[in-house]
Design a protein around this ligand. Structure first.
Ligand code: PMP
Length: 361
């Protein structure tokens, strides 16, 4: 069977080269005589794999030495509790920006443990833009400031980081990590579920500045304390071993491609192909109008007719462009074009959309 162009928001397409490498090594990895899935996480063979994964991530993202990289389970959603439990240790205040469903979920969960202030929201227009923020609204004594850097459902991204002064900036980067370089030193914590740009579901990567570790609230469960994982090299318990191995292969693939600057150029090219068409089409339009706020990874778009949307999704699926249905809160379509989506996939999608537009005028 032919592989399709998979526009899923996550879990998402992985680079074919990575899948083929994993396939070749599936039964027997290196000289170990066993599959990575069968290795003890405490074996030398596995330690080499997790060390390589961390080294690659550090290199790709230029992670400064005073940051730890943790390989955890529980999804990005567990970070919605883990961040406040570990960081509410002075004023128990957090400032949050609501740019979508995940940002709201974070704020709600953090609000269980401390005082959350919403310093900006775009909920009035279905989160279709990044709200303008006013520094005077930020609380200088907050324990942290949280943003969802790229909004998977609504297709927006922060073009500019909020000026939070000395307050640690915490970013959910689940749907944009490794898509372009970021200045890690601007953040207190970056966290991301792996299942979009890093590998399979089951792995959550946390990049955390060292001084934010070790002051968790007393009620923090041991497994939710960053210190537990930091002190044990992410081996307090069994980490998601196979997912970490695939993440390491994805990082290698990115290194071979030329790193994140090269990946960014490809991602910009892909996004431009789709946005340019959407901006010129008389049938389809992007739901995010402000160009500065547009995500490179998730591109929601609609026609003005629900029946036409459904027809498009049906015909696209039959033609091998799958998982294009938009989130129910936006409707229409969404093309998630993460790192693994090739330029040809986006070109082919746009060709298909042009044909559909002509046929359904
Ligand atoms: N944050 C963002 C930005 C997401 O896109 C998602 C998942 N789509 C989540 C959090 C939740 O991630 P998980 O399923 O790993 O808990």
């Amino acid at each position: 069977m032919n592989r399709v162009y998979n526009f899923s928001a996550g879990p998402s397409a992985l680079p074919l080269e990575v899948l083929e490498k994993a396939q070749a090594e599936l039964v027997c990895h290196g000289t170990s005589g066993m599959s990575v899935m069968e290795m003890s996480h405490r074996s030398a063979a596995y330690q080499a794999i997790i060390d390589e994964c961390e080294a690659s991530l550090r290199k790709l993202l230029a992670i400064p030495d005073n940051y730890k990289v943790l390989f955890l389970q529980g999804g990005a959603s567990s970070q919605f509790a883990m961040v406040p439990l570990n960081l509410f240790n002075k004023s128990k205040k957090a400032d949050c920006v609501l740019t979508g469903l995940w940002a709201k979920k974070f704020a709600k969960e953090a609000g269980r443990y401390g005082g959350v202030k919403i310093v900006g929201t775009s909920e009035d227009k279905t989160f279709s833009y990044i709200p303008k923020l006013n520094k005077a609204d930020f609380r200088p004594d907050a324990d942290f400031f949280h943003i969802t850097y790229n909004n998977t459902i609504y297709g927006t991204k922060f073009a500019k980081l909020p000026d939070v002064g000395d307050v640690p900036l915490i970013a959910d980067m689940s749907s944009s990590i490794l898509s372009e370089p970021v200045d890690v030193s601007k953040f207190g914590i970056i966290y991301a579920g792996a299942q979009k740009n890093m590998g399979p579901a089951g792995l959550t990567v946390v990049i955390i500045r060292e001084d934010l570790i070790g002051n968790a609230m007393d009620i923090t469960p041991t497994m939710f304390n960053y210190e537990t994982h930091s002190e044990n090299g992410s081996m307090f318990n069994t980490p998601p071993t196979f997912a970490i191995y695939i993440c390491s292969l994805v990082c290698k693939w990115l290194e071979d491609l030329g790193g994140l600057q090269a990946m960014k150029a490809i991602n910009e090219e892909k996004a431009a192909i789709l946005y340019n068409y959407l901006d010129s089409s008389e049938m389809f339009r992007a739901t995010v109008e402000n160009k500065e706020d547009r995500s490179l990874m998730n591109i929601p778009f609609v026609t003005d007719n629900d029946e036409l949307n459904a027809k498009f999704i049906k015909e696209a699926t039959a033609a091998g462009f799958v998982n294009l249905k938009g989130h129910r809160s936006v409707g229409g379509m969404r093309a998630s074009i993460y790192n693994a989506m090739p330029v040809e996939g986006v070109k082919a999608l746009v060709d298909f959309m042009k044909k559909f537009e002509t046929e359904n005028k």
